[in-house]
Design a protein around this ligand. Structure first.
Ligand code: PLP
Length: 370
């Protein structure tokens, strides 16, 4: 018998235990459908998959046995060409998720506060708690718009060090207005703008370039912009994200990041994606088009009220029946949508935008329900 060791720190008690998502194969077996018979509209993945050049690059991967470049030099140069942001401001990560965590690991002292506007992406509060911070919530209005007066007041009284702004927001798909964004940037804190879905915005141009704030990072010392290849480029499974950071922050991030955070396959896939922009932008345009049809379809169902979305998903309020039961009934028919148990969302489902045949399958499944 060894001597008893000190316990796990108390602060971890505040973090809900990890609930793993069911892997695709396990789910397909449980529901009795082959994986390619499932219509996956639950995780905002890109139904068109990776670009042809990316598929080829992955098949011909030359150096999987060699460690990747810790500075992701080739990828950062290509990202600089793509975004117009100078290389020294850019860092790549194992998904935007890694960069979210890295920012808080570098910048938070124990007990310091991080402001979020729920409902929003769950990793902000998770990473805050893991990194010994305190979450300050400024709940959104019933229509999921930001409660701007409460936000400004809370920043004054609680003095958070960081504010996360999701632009457009997950799970409702709405965008903060330019005025709201400016007011947030004028606050005395680090504003982390998460643009995971900017490529799908209606007025963003081909791939979000007209609306992205990424080029503002050079001009401001309190702005970080995060982007990802997971959605528009279909690389969710390869984990490639990137961000633009002010110089004082990126210096600290370089010190603490794991050396080989972006792997060789992810790097090559992202590089190839950046040479196949026409193909990928074409799919983003198709998804924007299909979003309109999906919205009209959902609006036509008596018990669903969809929220207008600037992303590749649509949130719907479910009235007169249980959203959980609706999610389960659709799953039995091989159509997967997202359901949340969290506050303010338990009467909602979120449906990712798919190809026309995915919308057709959803329509059929909805029609067959009692
Ligand atoms: C708002 C938001 N940010 C970041 C991410 C994570 O992106 P990545 O796959 O690059 O880690 C997601 C994924 O769902 C998201 O919805």
């Amino acid at each position: 018998m060894s001597a008893p060791l000190p316990p796990i720190p108390q602060r971890l008690e505040r973090i809900a235990p990890y609930t793993p998502i069911e892997p695709y194969e396990v789910l397909s077996e449980r529901l009795g459908f082959a994986p390619d018979e499932l219509t996956k509209m639950d995780a905002n993945e890109n139904p068109y998959g990776v670009s042809p050049k990316t598929r080829k690059a992955l098949a011909e991967l030359s150096y999987p046995h060699i460690y990747p470049d810790p500075e992701s030099r080739a990828l950062r140069q290509a990202l600089s060409d793509f975004t117009g942001v100078p290389v020294p401001y850019l860092m790549a990560g194992s998904g935007a998720d890694e960069l979210l965590d890295l920012i808080l690991r570098a910048y938070l002292e124990p007990g310091e506060k991080v402001a979020i506007c729920p409902p929003t992406f769950g990793m902000y509060s998770f990473d805050t708690l893991v990194n010994t911070g305190q979450v300050v919530e400024i709940p959104r209005n019933a229509d999921f718009s930001l409660d701007q007066p409460a936000l400004l007041q809370t920043v004054k009284t609680e003095q958070p060090k960081v504010l996360f702004v999701t632009r457009p927001n997950n799970p409702d798909g709405g965008m903060p207005s330019a005025e709201e964004m400016q007011a947030m940037l004028d606050l005395p804190l680090l504003v982390v703008v998460d643009e995971a879905y900017i490529e799908f915005t209606t007025d963003g141009g081909r791939l979000g370039e007209k609306l992205s704030l990424i080029r503002e990072v050079e001009k401001r010392s309190n702005l970080v912009v995060l982007r990802t290849f997971s959605k528009w480029a279909g690389l969710a499974g390869l984990r490639v994200g990137y961000g633009a950071f002010p110089q004082w922050l990126i210096t600290a991030l370089w010190k603490i990041k794991q050396p080989y955070n972006v792997n060789v396959a992810g790097t090559q896939a992202a590089l190839a994606s950046l040479t196949d922009l026409d193909w990928l932008a074409g799919n983003a345009a198709q998804l924007r088009e299909e979003r309109k049809r999906l919205f009209n379809t959902l609006q036509g169902i008596s018990y669903l009220s969809p929220f207008p979305s600037e992303t590749n998903f649509i949130l719907c309020r479910v009235s007169g029946r249980s959203a959980a039961e609706l999610k389960n009934s659709l799953a039995q028919k091989g159509v997967l949508v997202r359901y949340y148990t969290s506050k303010g969302l338990s009467d909602c489902i979120r449906v990712s935008v798919g190809r026309p045949q995915d919308t057709d399958r959803l329509i059929k499944a909805l029609e067959e329900l009692p």
